[in-house]
Design a protein around this ligand. Structure first.
Ligand code: ADP
Ligand code: MG
Length: 446
């Protein structure tokens, strides 16, 4: 049931929090209404029991039958925190003495080997490799930024792992900015700020993921700034990621922004078709191990690479679902099945076309003025393209007829309906018109 519970929890807490907090947990058993959850570190169990124990309890109770308590265990079994249903927030757990508990768990799938390199991420990848290979500190800090799901966390984990392999004695500290803040706030509360500072200042490599999170959190920013400066002054490597460039992070102090920029700043660009296809091929190879014997029709991966452009996480999720579905149905993965099984994802990824864009493209194509689209002229050379634009607006946007009418110079919805019908009729009779419309549609979808 843990698999099912994880799915539900992911919906409740969101993908990112899920990946950070719930993903590393394992359900080890349910005994007399007490579910036992194993956590890799005490830090994690502490945070999860404080923030997510109610959610976990509810989900397990629903899926498994009566569960009244959730008990969190760290692997070492040294701490055992019990969260009863509706319990008050607990006293702080005894402070972790070992810094291994400070660093967030690394995802074993996020390695350099599994990272597909293409034009959009080659610079970020090269910089990450260089830093991971160590040697004299070259870029400090290394600042990686880019949109959601483009591989920032993947690269961060890959760097951390690589450094640990190459320099086992190095103290690598990887954590999200959210975790940094949590540790800091906890230290303030427990009056152990000195220990906190000490811990951070003895690391050889500090990696902070999603630093935009501490924007607007003044005292955490302040502490981060001091930690950062101390480490840089000692020549320690720092690696930071964010969802945007340093200069564009709002509510971040200028002196921090400028410190963040003083090393190397590289961005991960949105993926292109080739990169998406490469990622799909590599994921397919690993899925084949998981689902042996599954047949994949030619063209399916190309179709997905064309159609799902939002981010790599969505792309992976789509492929995962497709393989699971096909294996359940015991069928080959065909284009038809892909379209059926991923209808929602494909729809969400459809490029949104505006009526204005349609009018512009159609006017351009027929060499008429854009103003004629909304103007009153009734000559065929203008009226026909205008009707084609109405038709495409109806087909390609979710606007209603009255709305479309308004965008066409305040025409009545019956006029729009008439135009749409007219083109539908002509289309079936007139091959060259049909081809024109297909071409326009493709141009607009591109
Ligand atoms: P971010 O931290 O930028 O939001 P992640 O690093 O979490 O994104 O990436 C989201 C998912 O996409 C992860 O499962 C990651 O492994 C995968 N991914 C992203 N970029 C690549 C790539 N170039 N090659 C292989 N997998 C990738
Ligand atoms: Mg991330």
């Amino acid at each position: 049931i843990w698999g099912q519970a994880r799915e539900e929890l992911q919906k409740i807490v969101g993908t990112d929090s899920f990946a950070t907090w719930i993903e590393p947990l394992r359900l080890t058993g349910v005994d007399e209404g007490t579910a036992t959850i194993a956590c890799p570190t005490r830090f994690l169990s502490d945070w999860v029991s404080r923030h997510y124990s109610d959610d976990i309890l509810k989900v397990l109770d629903r899926l498994n039958g009566p569960v009244h308590r959730v008990s969190f265990e760290t692997r070492s079994q040294t701490s055992r925190q019990v969260a009863a249903a509706n319990s008050e927030p607990k006293r702080p757990a005894p402070r972790a003495a070992v810094d291994e508990e400070l660093t967030a768990p690394l995802d074993h799938r996020f390695t350099f080997d599994n990272f597909i390199v293409g034009k959009p991420n080659e610079l970020a990848h090269a910089a990450a490799r260089r830093v991971a290979e160590g040697g004299p500190v070259t870029f400090n800090p290394l600042f990686l930024y880019g949109g959601v799901g483009l591989g920032k966390t993947h690269l961060m984990h890959a760097i951390a792992r690589e450094i640990q392999i190459r320099q086992p004695e190095a103290k690598v500290l990887y954590l999200s900015a959210e975790q940094f803040m949590y540790r800091f706030v906890q230290a303030l509360r427990d009056r152990t700020v000195m220990d906190f500072k000490e811990l951070f200042r003895t690391v050889s490599v500090l990696m902070v993921d999603d630093v935009q999170f501490i924007a607007g959190k003044d005292s955490t920013q302040e502490e981060f700034f001091h930690t950062f400066n101390t480490l840089v002054d000692q020549g320690k490597q720092i690696i930071i990621s964010a969802d945007r460039a340093p200069g564009e992070i709002k509510d971040m102090e200028d002196r921090i922004k400028s410190r963040l920029q003083c090393g190397l700043v590289v961005d991960l660009h949105p993926t292109d078709y080739e990169l998406r296809l490469g990622i799909l091929q590599s994921k397919t190879d690993s899925f084949r191990v998981q689902y042996p014997g599954l047949q994949l029709a030619p063209g399916v991966l190309e179709f997905l690479a064309h159609r799902i452009t939002s981010n790599v996480r969505v792309l992976e999720g789509a492929l995962q679902r497709l393989f699971a579905f096909a294996s359940l149905m015991g069928r080959e993965i065909t284009l038809d099945m892909t379209q059926e099984c991923l209808a929602d994802i494909l729809r969400a990824n459809d490029r949104k076309v505006s009526i204005e864009e349609i009018q512009r493209k159609v006017a351009e194509h027929y060499n008429i003025r854009l103003s004629d689209m909304i103007g009153p002229k009734r000559v065929r050379t203008v009226a026909r393209p205008r009707q084609i634009a109405m038709y495409l607006s109806k087909q390609m946007t979710s606007r209603s007829l009255p709305e479309i009418g308004r965008r066409f110079g305040g025409r009545d919805h019956t006029t729009i309906m008439h135009g749409v019908r007219k083109i539908e009729e002509l289309r079936t009779a007139d091959r060259s018109l049909a081809e024109d419309i297909d071409l326009l549609r493709r141009l607009l979808e591109a």
